[in-house]
Design a protein. Structure first.
Length: 83
């Protein structure tokens, strides 16, 4: 569901201006059978791309995992080369 409450079934999603830079990475590397570690590596690829190409460089990213057992806060991701 996006910010306008539009709902569409999709294997993955990205929202906001960063979506323009990360959807191609998700298109290329997403697989339905990704392990949790592979999914984290894919997320890191997306963050590296944002850090490289986006005008704003955020110092860290909060990560939340949503699964059948609920919502879990994971360790913050800090982009490579972030100050």
């Amino acid at each position: 569901m996006d910010h306008l409450s539009a709902l569409a079934k999709a294997p993955f999603a990205a929202h906001g201006h960063g979506a323009y830079l990360t959807l191609s990475i998700l298109d290329r590397y997403y697989r339905p059978d990704l392990t949790r570690d592979e999914a984290m590596d894919l997320l890191k690829k997306c963050i590296e791309e944002l850090n490289h190409r986006f005008i704003l460089n955020l110092p860290s990213f909060s990560v939340r995992l949503i699964d059948k057992d609920g919502t879990h806060d994971l360790e913050k991701l800090i982009p490579v080369g972030a100050k």
